[in-house]
Design a protein around this ligand. Structure first.
Ligand SMILES: Cc1cc2nc3c(=O)[nH]c(=O)nc-3n(C[C@H](O)[C@H](O)[C@H](O)COP(=O)(O)OP(=O)(O)OC[C@H]3O[C@@H](n4cnc5c(N)ncnc54)[C@H](O)[C@@H]3O)c2cc1C
Length: 597
């Protein structure tokens, strides 16, 4: 039996973005937050390194520098009005988190401590600047716990372990969602005036990934099926330092604390690729540099990994060579004890998963699929915009990794995502509540659960010739091999052929578990359908963009081409066929220049 609920604002997702949206919407509107995971298990909890803001607590820093670094980091594809807005809001956002009780690390004087991160610089000297506020290497965990407590205090209605399957629309307006309750298998209809998607990314379509199992692109796939476009889907970030073979993230904070990348010949290679910021260049630059070293035979033991070295003696040696000092000008002399204090989880991961102690041994790493830059197009208030004119889709909002504002453009700077969640989560919540006050409930469509039920029925009634697990494995492999760090026409065409085959085979999947309670087999298969849908979108957009920019590196078009490609991609499906259009990039102060690090 279907159960019905009515709320003014429904937020889908309880990560940093969803909780912030829920918190702000609930101040004035009756709000529900629906999440397939228990809220504090969201991927935000895995964020390690920090959250950026030009607080200038340890050295001079400015909002304008943060803005420019983010524009440059985005390879000029980010919308500059939105980036300016986010960087201006940043210091206040951090203080707000502090006032909510977030236990940031402190300087000896009691200020919020900050560490350097890739691409964040002093714009005068070009050297790394300390801009990332942090709570050890568990910053995201602390954000999630803090926001969840605030939401409970504010009486937000939580529907934990409810998975949203469909967006309901009528007369061109959003009017609710359909969800399945995981514990019972029952469908629930949530009738709403405003719906905010905050469902995170889709990094599980790649073989080596730092992303949680839940990162199956549900929100993007659901809205896409309902005719909402997706923006800049060719842009996906590969983080340079994942644990070899496992993909588990080693935060950039390790390099922020002075860690160095070393190839199989024992050489530090980053100065060759980024002479000024070296091991703290932006992620796309470093991931490509690692691939180049490996391709040219300088992987460790001829294999496809290199080392990240944060042993105290190595950190101190290179700090002296680079002329890096403490804020008071004294030489950097870190001890294992200090590093253990600042990077406890990283040290633990290595000990547990690899049996390696990073204080006495270097860590084997390789680039890992990490962050979804593209997503549901929004303006800076989280309102979903469906065309190149910025036309708003009434009642529909998105925030966090599922959204494309676009702040991160072609490449996100480390620590800008947690900031994005807090800033745009807040504004989407405020705007949705404001809209809910002025709008009436749009009537629900007839038979609201029809499309969701149809998707489940297809999986229950397939002929069973195919197995979802095999399809998933083949999907991840082809995406990693052919739509990964480097891309070339032939490879992407090969990927698209393979993806069409996998989509066809997916129609023959049959879920064997006919149970209602926690039917994870059914839900995993449904999630695989989302990944297959989005993988085709990613590969199509990547093949279409004939240039290299940020995270999209083409071997056959190795240069950035502003004359033809300084524009956002929009993609929709019309009559079963994918269609691409474009929208202009907002440029305010910063004309595109070559990126030099
Ligand atoms: C290992 C790792 C480390 C990172 N470190 C940093 C860092 O140091 N600094 C930084 O700025 N960024 C970092 N990032 C990136 C950043 O953490 C993420 O981009 C961000 O946390 C995403 O937040 P979100 O709120 O958009 O999504 P999430 O936190 O993933 O939340 C998504 C929510 O949506 C829900 N959901 C999804 N699908 C459905 C559905 N169908 N129905 C109902 N609910 C659904 C989930 O239950 C979950 O609650 C890191 C990312 C990773 C993977």
């Amino acid at each position: 039996m279907t159960q019905n609920h009515q709320f003014e604002v429904v937020v889908v997702g309880a990560g940093g973005a969803g909780l912030m949206a829920g918190l702000y919407a609930s101040k004035t509107a009756k709000t529900a937050v629906i999440s397939k995971l228990y809220p504090t298990r969201s991927h935000t909890g895995a964020a390690q390194g920090g959250i950026s803001a030009a607080l200038g607590n340890l050295e001079e820093d400015r909002v304008e520098w943060h803005t420019y670094d983010s524009v440059k980091g985005s390879d000029y594809l980010g919308d500059q009005d939105s980036i300016e807005f986010m960087c201006q809001e940043a210091p206040q956002a951090i203080l707000e988190l502090e006032h909510m009780g977030l236990p940031f690390d402190r300087t000896p004087e009691g200020k919020i401590s900050q560490r350097p991160f890739g691409g964040h610089t002093n714009n005068v000297t070009g050297k790394p600047v300390r801009r990332a506020a942090h709570a050890a290497d568990r910053t995201g965990h602390m954000i999630l716990q803090t926001l969840y407590q605030q939401c409970l205090k504010n009486n937000v209605n939580f529907y934990d372990e409810f998975q949203v399957l469909d967006l309901l629309t009528k007369d061109g307006k959003a009017c609710g969602v359909v969800a399945v309750e995981l514990a019972t298998g029952e469908l629930h209809v949530f009738h709403a005036k405003a719906v905010i998607f905050a469902t995170g990314g889709h990094g599980r379509m790649w073989e080596i990934t730092s992303n949680a199992y839940a990162y199956t692109g549900d929100g993007a796939a659901i809205t896409f099926r309902r005719g909402i476009p997706l923006e800049d889907m060719e842009f996906f970030q590969f983080h340079p330092t994942g644990i070899y073979k496992l993909g588990i993230l080693i935060t950039e904070g390790v390099r922020g604390e002075g860690g160095i990348l070393i190839n199989g010949k024992g050489e530090r290679f980053m100065p060759k690729y980024a002479p000024t910021v070296k091991d703290l260049a932006s992620r796309d630059v470093i991931s490509r540099a690692i691939y180049m070293e490996i391709r040219e035979g300088r992987g460790v033991n001829g294999s496809n990994y290199i080392y990240l070295d944060v042993r105290p003696e190595v950190v101190n040696k290179f700090a002296a060579l680079d002329g890096r000092t403490n804020p008071d000008g004294s030489p950097i002399k870190v001890t294992a004890e200090e590093l253990l204090h600042k990077l406890p989880d990283i040290v633990d991961f290595n000990r547990v998963y690899l049996g390696i102690d990073p204080m006495t041994q270097p860590m084997p790493i390789q680039p890992t699929a990490h962050y979804t830059m593209g997503g549901i197009p929004t303006n800076r208030y989280g309102q979903v915009v469906v065309d190149d004119q910025g036309t708003i889709y009434p009642g529909l909002y998105a925030a966090g990794e599922v959204a494309c504002v676009s702040i991160h453009g072609a490449n996100r700077l480390g620590t800008n995502s947690l900031l994005d969640l807090v800033v745009f989560g807040k504004y989407s919540g405020l705007k949705a509540a404001e809209y809910a006050k002025s709008a009436d409930f749009t009537p629900l469509p007839n038979d609201p659960t029809a499309f969701a039920s149809q998707q489940f029925d297809a999986l229950r009634n397939g002929d069973g010739k195919e197995n979802a697990f095999d399809i998933g494995r083949e999907l991840k492999k082809v995406m990693f091999d052919d739509v990964g760090v480097f891309r070339i026409e032939e490879g992407m065409k090969n990927a698209l052929t393979k993806l069409a085959e996998l989509r066809e085979r997916f129609k023959h999947v049959r879920v064997n578990d006919s149970g209602k309670t926690f039917n994870t087999e059914l839900l995993n298969a449904w999630e695989l359908g989302n990944l297959l849908e989005l993988a085709e979108v990613v590969a199509t957009c990547a093949l279409n963009r004939k240039e290299s920019r940020g995270g999209h590196a083409r071997e056959d078009y190795s240069k950035r081409d502003d004359a033809n490609w300084l524009k956002h991609t929009l993609i929709t499906r019309k009559n079963g066929k994918l269609e691409i259009s474009y929208k202009p990039v907002v440029i305010t102060k910063y004309q595109p220049k070559e990126r030099v690090y």
